[in-house]
Ligand binder design. Structure first.
Ligand SMILES: Cc1ncc(C[n+]2csc(CCOP(=O)(O)OP(=O)(O)O)c2C)c(N)n1
Ligand code: SF4
Ligand SMILES: [Mg+2]
Length: 351
């Protein structure tokens, strides 16, 4: 059915957001992924998040690598900027785009193969440098596109569809993002849209490197008993740390909740993350506590999901490099060439 184009006309009564768009305006082409693939649910959550955030589609740049996961930007935000890069190279291309034009909102979409194998170095440096973006890994524990080989996030002892055992230790991108200095770190599950949509909204509004690892079962190659990335396994072992509500700066804060149950975290743009703690011993604003909490629960075989860590005062690479506040691609010759007198002054200071 992938040759069928979506009809461009929408029903006139469809609900519009504050910038005048319907949810359909945030969709892309018809997906070519396998029916039931977790990645399609993540695309739906991204569409929902951007529509609810009232983001004008032309303000978003979506970049990806190679893989079934990296194909998904074709299926959402069809009116946004997009760049499908080389396998594992999304972070560096996104970094360059972000430095050239800081006025866009950057969405990096990747897979566990794309980010934890060939792109591990790229992932690490984007996180540690604080490149402002929402970096989403659609994690299924296999290379889906190339027919189901174990990826670097496959758990030791987990089994392939044909019964082979994976003996290698897994790379945990959440633990790495925390250690490397990412300032917004969460884990979601493609089967839990209620949790995923606000996680994505918080990441899009975040002022630094935001990372979300989304467990996203591959129904073709990794959804069998013995897999730790199947729908059944994740549902049975999921341990949610918090329930998150995202409140944009324009919304009135009306909910009243008993103190102690809720932590309000205000991000730099004024948006509010309202965290209803489901675990009294989890503090999402303490990086070291978040790491210890996650590793403790992981050792018990639990898959911890929710917002694990956030630094509301996050800074980004532009701040670190002290770049100009205006997008570089908007600077004209008079801005870039200060003139002969300024050059003479610089030369004199170097003599
Ligand atoms: C440089 C390079 N090496 C290898 C490949 C082959 N290749 C394509 S996709 C892929 C793995 C994709 O896995 P993942 O990122 O987990 O995405 P998924 O398909 O599982 O969503 C590989 C190894 C490639 N395209 N380019
Ligand atoms: S092969 Fe797996 S990851 Fe790729 S589209 Fe099919 S279910 Fe999704
Ligand atoms: Mg994969």
């Amino acid at each position: 059915m992938t040759w069928i184009a979506k009809p461009p006309l929408h029903h006139p009564t469809l609900l519009r957001n504050k910038v005048g768009y319907t949810r359909r305006d945030y969709e892309g082409k018809i997906s070519t992924l396998c029916a039931g693939c977790g990645h399609d649910s993540i695309s739906a959550a991204i569409i929902q998040a951007c529509w609810e955030l009232d983001i004008e589609p032309h303000r978003v740049a979506k970049l990806s690598g190679i893989g079934c996961s990296s194909k998904t930007p074709d299926y959402f935000l069809g009116a946004s900027h997009g760049f499908n890069t080389v396998h594992g190279r999304m972070p560096s291309v996104l970094t360059g785009a972000n430095l050239a034009n800081r006025d866009l909102l950057y969405l990096g979409v990747s897979g566990d193969g794309d980010s934890a194998s060939i792109g591990l170095g790229q992932f690490a440096h984007a996180m540690r440098r604080g490149v402002r973006m929402a970096y989403i890994v659609e994690n299924n524990g296999v290379y889906g596109l190339t027919k189901g080989q174990f990826s670097a996030t496959a758990d030791a002892g987990s089994k392939s569809k044909k019964g082979a055992t994976n003996n290698d230790s897994p790379v945990d991108l959440v633990a790495m993002a925390l250690q490397l200095g990412a300032t917004y770190v969460g884990r979601g599950f493609s089967g839990n849209k209620e949790q995923l949509v606000p996680l994505i909204k918080g990441a899009m509004a975040h002022g630094g490197a935001a990372f979300i690892d989304v467990l996203s079962p591959c129904v073709a190659f990794n959804n069998h008993p013995g897999s730790t990335k199947s729908y059944d396994y994740v549902r049975e072992h999921n341990e949610a740390v918090s329930r998150i509500d995202f409140i944009s700066p324009r919304e009135e804060i009306t909910a009243t909740v008993a103190p102690g149950e809720v932590v309000d975290v205000r991000q730099h743009d004024g948006s509010l993350l309202r965290l209803r703690s489901l675990h009294p011993d989890h503090d999402a604003t303490d990086r070291h506590a978040a790491m210890a909490f996650m590793q403790e629960h992981q050792a018990r075989g639990e898959v911890v999901t929710g917002l694990l860590y956030v630094d509301p005062l996050a800074t980004d690479l532009h701040w670190a490099l002290n770049t100009t506040g205006r997008a570089l691609n908007a600077l004209r010759e008079p801005d870039l060439c200060p003139g002969a007198a300024a050059l003479a002054k610089i030369n004199a200071s170097l003599r």
